[in-house]
Design a binder for this molecule. Structure first.
Ligand code: ZN
Length: 312
């Protein structure tokens, strides 16, 4: 069954490996696993951890565009709803994780991002930046003036706002400011796994009531505190919990596979979801916890596809 993954750090992988002198990064590190896992749509995240400047951000985003277009025989970049076509190509949506390089003139820089294909972005990763604060920072510090400006500009351009990683005050600032639905591309339920990267019931309800989406994250530490339960089956239980709370239509996938990145992250993923080639294990687990074929297809692919059809 085909899947849309709302979070894979492929933009970062393309750029960092290219800086290391590697070529054909998509073909060498991503293509086969995506195919094997039936991942037919992906947000190719350009990830920034906090120290990168605007120049670095621009270069990575530009390179992500180049890598996607040089693989246009198998990838279709999604910039508008007209690009959402179901055929043999894998849909690629450029996303940004953490806008630390945006230190001033947020509206102009958001506009540049949009012009360069970015359709989804989060204000912040785990750090504090000029716009917002990540979950590791002071929980009472919300968006800056520049942060509010960025949210308004993103709304105006219909760039989707991602709230995974932001701290709680920032989350509620985005909720009260954004006039469009927001998404958490890769976050699970705090009720089932008490990690601050996961969403409280109140946050899940707030995203859902505004027509947004939440992506199931296959990172072990966000699935369970019990190591023996860090599996696709327990991740499916997060989907079950969210579906009971707000309805199946708000649940999607955002696995955050890290196997293709430079560095060793092999212990960070669910035992049976270590890379994109194992994605169908989640599909089996979703059925095992009681989702119908139609509900599973919605969680796997169509909730994201239909959301983008409406929002872009
Ligand atoms: Zn992340």
């Amino acid at each position: 069954m085909k899947v849309f993954d709302m979070h894979a750090d492929m933009g970062t992988n393309f750029y960092e490996r290219q800086l290391n002198g590697e070529k054909d990064v998509f073909r060498n590190y991503n293509k086969n696993n995506l195919n094997e896992g039936e991942v037919r749509g992906v947000f190719t995240a350009c990830f920034f951890e906090g120290r990168e400047d605007w120049d670095y951000m621009q270069k990575m985003i530009e390179f992500c565009n180049q890598e996607i277009s040089s693989n246009s025989d198998v990838l279709r970049q999604v910039k508008s709803r007209e690009d959402l076509i179901e055929d043999d190509k894998t849909l690629a949506v450029i996303s940004v994780e953490g806008m630390c390089g945006v230190r001033d003139h947020a509206d102009e820089k958001v506009e540049w991002m949009y012009e360069h294909g970015v359709r989804v972005a989060s204000l912040v990763w785990n750090e504090s930046n000029a716009l917002a604060n990540g979950w590791k920072q002071d929980p009472l510090r919300g968006l800056s003036e520049e942060g509010f400006k960025a949210v308004r500009k993103m709304n105006e351009l219909k760039m989707v706002i991602d709230v995974s990683h932001i701290n709680e005050k920032g989350f509620w600032d985005v909720i009260s400011t954004s006039e469009r639905p927001i998404i958490a591309t890769h976050s699970n339920c705090r009720k089932l796994c008490s990690h601050q990267r996961n969403l409280t019931d109140q946050q899940i309800r707030a995203i859902a009531s505004r027509g947004g989406l939440i992506g199931l994250n296959a990172c072990a530490h966000f699935i369970s505190e019990d190591v023996s339960k860090q599996t696709s089956l327990e991740l499916a239980e997060h989907a079950r919990y969210m579906a009971d709370l707000v309805g199946v239509e708000h649940i999607a996938c955002g696995f955050d596979y890290m196997d293709f990145l430079i560095g060793d992250y092999s212990d960070d993923m669910a035992k049976d979801m270590t890379n994109a080639s194992y994605t169908q294990n989640l599909i089996r687990s979703l059925k095992e916890v009681g989702f119908s074929d139609e509900e599973t297809a919605a969680i796997a692919f169509y909730n994201v596809f239909n959301f983008l059809k409406k929002e872009l």
